[in-house]
Design a protein around this ligand. Sequence first.
Ligand code: MTE
Ligand code: MO
Length: 320
Amino acid sequence: MLIKRRGDIRPSEVTPYGVYLRRREFLKAGLAAGLIGAAGLAATRSVGAQGSPGKLAGIRKSNYSTLEKPTSYGDVTSYNNYYEFGTEKSDPAIYAQKLRTRPWTVVVEGEVKRPKTFGIEDLLKLPLEERVYRLRCVEGWSMVIPWVGFELKSLIEQVEPTGKAKFVEFVTAYQPETMPGVRLPVLDWPYVEGLRIDEAMHPLTLIAVGLYDQMLPNQNGAPIRLVVPWKYGFKSAKSIVRIRFVEKQTRIAWEKAASHEYGFYSNVNPEVDHPRWSQATERRIGEDGIFTPKRKTLMFNGYAGQVASLYAGMDLKKFF
Ligand SMILES: Nc1nc2c(c(=O)[nH]1)N[C@H]1C(S)=C(S)[C@@H](COP(=O)(O)O)O[C@H]1N2
Ligand SMILES: [Mo]
């Protein structure tokens, strides 16, 4: 079996989204053949049978929602990036069914006056609202997703950050027993993301526990994930277990993999291209075919009016 060791892989090879990853070899050699094997096949069959993960009630509508047509539930839950479960878009819907989401706690710690551990049951009892947001992946596609959740701000206020809390780190689940993807050194697991404290406190920054009127399906980051609509999709970390307030800027998982391609800020910006492709346009999943004229990507994914002031005076080519 041909699986590369960590030391054999150059950053250009482990970066996602491109020719360098050589997905086919990786997956055929690793995941499909030895690592998942029979269990994988069983998971494939149980996807349809699993049905919806549970309905959420009492959801308020939000003024912050886009009026664009939401992407279908089917597309939102079958075209995913969740590398812990494999790098193909179809992998998470199959393999993430094994993710253990109960019991689940979220530890909130670091530079805060009142550190606290939240049980998922308590978080699900908070007042929930629907936020229909565009999600723009750095790969060049987008969706419109009716998230259900609450503002991260409301959680942050409960723990009272100290004056030293300049950044917020999000650490996501690491379950080697359920996650076939973490056996490959695609990223430095666990997947870690970060925000500046003012970005974290922005009212658009959401903690999602559901989509449409359902609890989050595993492949979309159950039971709790971040959603930052003006940034590339990878900032929106799935299946969060720890939120840490820190003084220094976090080195995020994608920066560690390829810092020349993925930066800490990762604001959606049609004027700053990825080194290997343009970011000027995007394809809407479920609507745009390969012959459809390309849609223009909007500055800050269309949320410039709300968030541009956070970056006043910053050179966005340098702080990409
Ligand atoms: N833990 C974790 N979170 C993650 C990812 C991942 O691989 N692992 N992928 C990111 C990327 S690249 C995108 S585009 C979004 C996709 O979210 P969706 O599948 O719910 O649309 O999740 C982000 N969050
Ligand atoms: Mo992405």
